[in-house]
Design a protein around this ligand. Structure first.
Ligand code: NDP
Ligand code: 2IT
Length: 449
């Protein structure tokens, strides 16, 4: 049985019954519950106040039709979602994912993880997530605009700067946030910071674009230092060449690492001299495929199939920055056999549980996404503060705050793991530290009678 505690076992069984077939959501819940076992055992108030039952049940789950007109005049229909998971410590906060794979399970796993991640940032943000099964690939700019407007024409009634503040995620970058912000403002007739990741000319924060990838490297730097190591001279591989992957490459390189391979959904590019983030950025900005890299650097190699990067490329530091469940047990074994000393998650849940077990058994460093990729949402929190103050901070001010937030998150994870007998286990530490603050707030706020 997965749980020692009868209470946790029973709650998890009920969650399985209530969310049949939602494999990503159940995977995320189980992973957190396992780490919380000693916390639940030592704090009877958690059971008394039904915290575990409540924390895995979203406060609100919204599903809606998104109808829009394509360039040929045909009506297209997609399914939109927003999950408002937990508002105990602040307004719901989290990104919007636009990808054909989006479904209720994926939105709920992302929303659930966001609750703990946002708590770890130490900023007042609850957890939410949303998105749509819309496929942005191959769509014209006008189609993207019409889609975003239709999406917001429903979403606007559920969000607001003190209620729920969406942002980007896969498929949603500055362009999409711009179109959504425009539509929100048109309908509501108000200018507020109800979305983050905005353009710099209308309330966006400097360093938000870079924040997730930069934050990931700041966290990894702390983790490497625990073994007297650094990025200096290390071979790094990165999956995903979108927002997170691009700026993870930039910071890892600035810190002295060499990114020898980087992938997207089609395959990976490999260059012993290092992959230039500026070229990756250019390709990402026009939403091209990573194989285009060879047009700029003809001596680089392209290999089809992103999974092959894990199997074939020797690396010291591994940064998965694409999507959930990219690394299975076999790929994790190859990563370890290829000499990795650290795996840090830029994406949300990129490793299957079996892969995480492989890293732990091999004794290599492992950083879970909800801690290591929290720099994006933390900087969204800083964007909210700047919007409320009607002020803009400099790049260095924001970047400095980001680095100190990442250091604090690292320390909270280390301390919480040690306190509850997990040694140096950042996964358990992140879950415990993120959970405790939310649970305390939920208990303090009572249950409606
Ligand atoms: P983007 O849409 O900007 O980029 C995603 C990248 O991943 C693209 O290069 C995409 O390729 C690639 N990709 C998708 N599936 C695969 C796959 N199976 N193997 C290899 N590459 C793949 O998204 P983001 O960079 O914003 O998000 C990446 C991850 O980081 C997600 O898990 C997201 O939830 C997480 N995250 C994002 C944050 C943010 O601030 N944006 C904050 C915290 C976490 P292609 O374009 O060819 O499909
Ligand atoms: O997964 C994430 O943390 C994000 N996509 C960023 C969310 C945000 O609100 O900036």
């Amino acid at each position: 049985m997965a749980f020692r505690s009868e209470y946790l076992a029973k709650v998890y069984e009920d969650i399985e019954k209530r969310n049949p077939g939602e494999k990503e959501f159940l995977q995320a819940v189980k992973e957190v519950f396992i780490s919380l076992e000693p916390v639940v055992e030592q704090n009877p108030n958690i059971e008394k106040w039904g915290i575990m039952e409540r924390i895995a049940e979203p406060e609100r789950f919204i599903q809606f039709r998104v109808a829009w007109v394509d360039d040929s005049g045909k009506v297209q229909v997609n399914r939109g979602y927003r999950v408002q998971f937990n508002s105990a410590i602040g307004p719901y906060k989290g990104g919007l994912r636009l990808h054909p794979s989006v479904n209720a399970s994926i939105i709920k796993f992302l929303g659930f993880e966001q609750v703990f991640k946002n708590s770890l940032t130490s900023l007042p943000m609850g957890g939410g997530k949303g998105g749509c099964d819309f496929d942005p690939r191959g769509k014209s700019d006008l189609e993207i605009m019409r889609f975003c407007q239709s999406f917001m024409t429903e979403l606007y009634r559920h969000i607001g700067p003190d209620t729920d503040v969406p942002a980007g995620d896969i498929g949603t970058g500055a362009r999409e946030i711009g179109y959504m912000f425009g539509q929100y403002k048109r309908i509501r007739n108000e200018w507020t910071g109800t979305l983050t990741g905005k353009g710099l000319s209308y309330g966006g924060s400097l360093a938000r674009t870079e924040a997730t990838g930069f934050g990931l490297c700041y966290f990894t730097k702390e983790m490497l230092a625990s073994r007297g190591e650094s990025f200096e001279g290390k071979r790094v591989i990165i999956s995903g060449s979108g927002n997170v992957g691009t700026y993870a490459n930039k910071k890892a390189t600035q810190l002295g690492g060499k990114v020898v391979a980087q992938s997207d959904v089609s395959g990976y590019v490999y260059d012993e001299n290092g992959i230039d983030y500026k070229i990756v950025e250019k390709i990402y900005q026009h939403r091209g495929l990573i194989s285009e890299y060879l047009d700029y650097v003809p001596t680089a190699k392209f290999v089809e199939g992103p999974r092959n990067m894990w199997l074939d490329v020797k690396a010291d530091v591994v940064l998965p920055c694409a999507t959930q469940n990219e690394i299975d047990e076999e790929a994790a074994k190859a990563i370890v056999a290829n000499g990795a000393m650290a795996v840090a998650e830029g994406a949300n849940m990129p490793n299957f549980p079996e892969a995480i077990k492989v890293y732990k058994e091999a004794g290599i460093l492992y950083a879970p996404g909800k801690a290591a990729n929290a720099g994006g949402v933390a900087t969204s929190g800083l964007e909210m503060t700047q919007n409320s103050e009607r002020l803009s901070w400099t790049f260095d001010e924001v970047d400095g705050k980001l680095e100190s937030i990442m250091k604090n998150i690292y320390k909270s994870c280390v301390d919480a793991a040690a306190e509850y007998g997990f040694g140096y286990d950042l996964e358990a530490g992140a879950n415990i530290a993120g959970f405790k603050k939310v649970a305390e707030a939920m208990i303090a706020q009572g249950v409606a009678y």
